[in-house]
Each structure stands twice: as structure tokens, then as C-alpha cells.
Ligand binder design. Sequence first.
Ligand code: MN
Length: 497
Amino acid sequence: METKNILEVWFVTGTQHLYGPETLKQVAFDSAKIASSLDKSPKIMQKVVFKPVLTTPDSITELCTEANNSKNCIGLITWMHTFSPAKMWIRSLSILNKPFLHFHTQLNRDIPWESIDMNFMNLNQSAHGDREFGFINTRMRLHRKVVVGHFEDPEAIDRIAVWIRAAAAYNDALSMKVARFGDNMRDVAVTEGNKVSAQIKMGYSVYGFGIGDLVKSVNEISPTAIKKLIAEYGDEYNLTKAVASSDTLKEAARIELGMEAFLNAGNFKAFTTTFEDLYGLKQLPGLAVQRLMAKGYGFGAEGDWKTAALVRSMKVMSMGLQGGTSFMEDYTYHFDPKGMRVLGAHMLEVCPTIALAKPTVEIHPLSIGGKEDPARLVFKTAPGNAINVSVIDLGNRFRMIVNKVEVVKCPDMPNLPVASVLWKPLPDLKRGAAAWILAGGAHHTGFSTAIDSEYLEDFAEMMGIEYILIDEKCELTSLRNELRWNEVYFHISEGIF
Ligand code: MN
């Protein structure tokens, strides 16, 4: 999933002819300098490409059409160096189908008190030029991010860097294929949803397969390939001789190779399984799922295609950053008044990118599913900040819910043979969980120690889906009102599909 520096964000500057050729030359020079400075920032993961300064409605429309048709362009950064009358932008903004970030910046950080004159003022007037541009975006109800600050301000660059990562994930989602092995688990509601609506709104498409299709791919794996993969397990994880030589681990390796071959052949970026439908598979894919997630695939258990797609997107956003991203489930509570906690895990499928130390390969019985004992990686997660994210289908819209959490040190649990995370939700377990439940958040989530809520907020804005944040400031009465007001907003802005 290496896409660093392949994709492009176009730096687009608006002005007009009023100022004369000399000023326009200077505008172009200054804009190129800002674009190049952003491009060189190690925080920014894709190319920032300077585009010629725009002075007429036709040139703006041409640029936006070019952006729409460009395979590598994942979004625009717009800046009005001088004053670009916003009526010039109406036609182009109405056809632009790439996300954009409005960078409200300036070439000079400080006002040159001694030398400032009217020429300087006329050249450096984004303080009002960008407000004119902002008005038309608001007037046209356009989704965008606004970042304010000098172009070398590290805090402003951080905001832009986050947005570019979200734009890369959005671009990835537009062509994302999700493979579903088996259907939903029994009567579970939250993992269901309208796949057509999801494709219209969030881009990705979901394909269903009978388990037999996967079993065929698994059965085609050669003993040599299995042997090679088990050696790889030995290099990467703690692995005893007994486990390494067991038939169970050979079977787990066969499942992993078969699954990966299947996903590669169909160009799938995410997948789901369900323990209720494993016909022909000898064990629930545990180790296989964990390792495929670590390679960048999205995953959702029990047919949860929305979470599978979300985990994939979060992995694209967090590429190369410290920390990891996994499929997760709120499993059980610690209600001790001295420190209330959530123990997160799943039956097996937690991604080793969030592991605190070298994971251990273990084989234990699974109390549900009625299959052979599955292999899995067991580990704990490093303390620090993290997020849990859920996307639900409310019938007339998708809602993304993000809860900030603090991962805390987990006591030893010698009898629990699965990977797990212990966290404290913000603002605290009682209010955090109440808010999550009021918002309708799922028991499944995308969990990440690599990215924070801002990435998801930018991503939700690009998709035009509802975004609910539960953080240290969460207050239940306000949240309940926000949810109710959003009912009205989305009913009017989106209609009922
Ligand atoms: Mn589950």
C-alpha cells in the first residue's frame, strides 16, 4: 500500500487582472514559493504541485476540469494571494469533484512596519481576498477545510498534512473493493446497511463470495509455500517448536496464503469473514486476518463491511506514522470507581501493528464456532492516545462517530489467549459510553494509535457524511441536541435516498 509521493495536491492561487502584469508576476513567484515550501515539508506525504495563477473564470474552470480528470490529483489547496472576485469561481466550484482545502495564508509573516506602503498592501491582501473566496464556498454549501496561518507555521502545516492524508484515503476509497466471505452474522443490525448508498456516498463497492470460492484458493497452496511462511512467522514472532511444527499452524498458514491470493487476484483492499459460515475451512482465520491487516488490508468480522472499509481507510491515512491501526471491539468493562476501563479485543482478529512488543503465536480452542483450534497472535498495546471510530447507516445517511480514548497499562491476564487493549474512553467511561450509545455507535470499530480525530473529521467532510466527536469536552445534553439537530440538517441537505 505504498503510495507516498505518487499522488498530487495542486496548489491553486486566485487573483485578477486589475493589478497589472508586474504584480501578477510577483503573485506567481510568491505562490510558487509557498507551494514548494509545502512540497518540501517532511510532514507532507504527497507532492504539492504549483499551478499557474488564475485570473479569469475560464482559466479557473479549465484548471478544475483538469483536476477532475487527473488520476493523480487527490485535491486542491486554494489561496487568494490578492483579491479574486468570487463570482469567477462559481462555475468551476460547481463542477469540481476533488476535495479542497482553503489555505488562508500570507507570504510575509510580519507586517514590515518601516517599509509598508499601498503597493505592499495591494499585493498582500489575502486577509480580505480569502474572505471573498470563503463566502462563495459557504454560499454554495461546499465541503472543505479551512487552515489559517503563515505558510511556514508548523501548526498550520500539521493541519494541511492531516488533510492530505485524509484526501489520500478518500481517493483510495473511491476505487476500494471489499470482499465479503459469507454474509452477516445472524440478526446483528449495526453491521448491516445499504451497500448502494455506501457506494454513492463513500465510494467503495462490496462483493459477496461463498466460502467455497475462498476454500478453493486455500486448497491450491503448496506445502513449500506453507513451509516458507512458517519460517517467516519464526522470524517475526515468538514461536515455540511445538507450535511451529503443528498441523494447526500449517493450516493457518495455508489459510493466510489462500486468502491473500484471493484478495490479490480480485484487487480487494478490505474483507470480512464470519465465524458462522466457515464451511470447508478448518479453523476461523485468526492469524491470517491479523497478518493481512498488518499488510494494509481493512477487516471487519461477522460480515461487517463498513468497518472493514473504514479500517482500510484509516490504514491509508496512517501510512508511515508511528503507531498502528486495527479492527477492534469493545469487549468487557472494568467498573472499578478508581479507574473505569474498557477491555478491547476480538475473538482473534486484532492487528499486530498496535502491539507493544513482539507478538507470540499461540494455539487455543475457540469457545464458539465449532471448528478446530485456531492459531492467533497474542500481545498487548502500548499506553498513549488513541481513537475508536464507527460508521453506521441511519437509513437516510451515514454517521461517523469518533471517541478519543487513552490506552492504559494492562495487568497480566494469563488465561486470556487473545490480543487486547485496555483503555479509558474520554471524557470518562460513563459519559463516553453513554454518548456512544446515544449516537448509535457499533460494538465494532476502527481503532488507531497512529492518527487522531482530525483525520477522520477531514475524511467525513470529504465524503459529506455526519461526524460526531466524543472527546474530553463531551456533554450529554449538548450531544443529544446535536444528534437531533443533525436529523433536521441531513434531512434537508441530503433528502431521503
Ligand atoms: Mn465482533
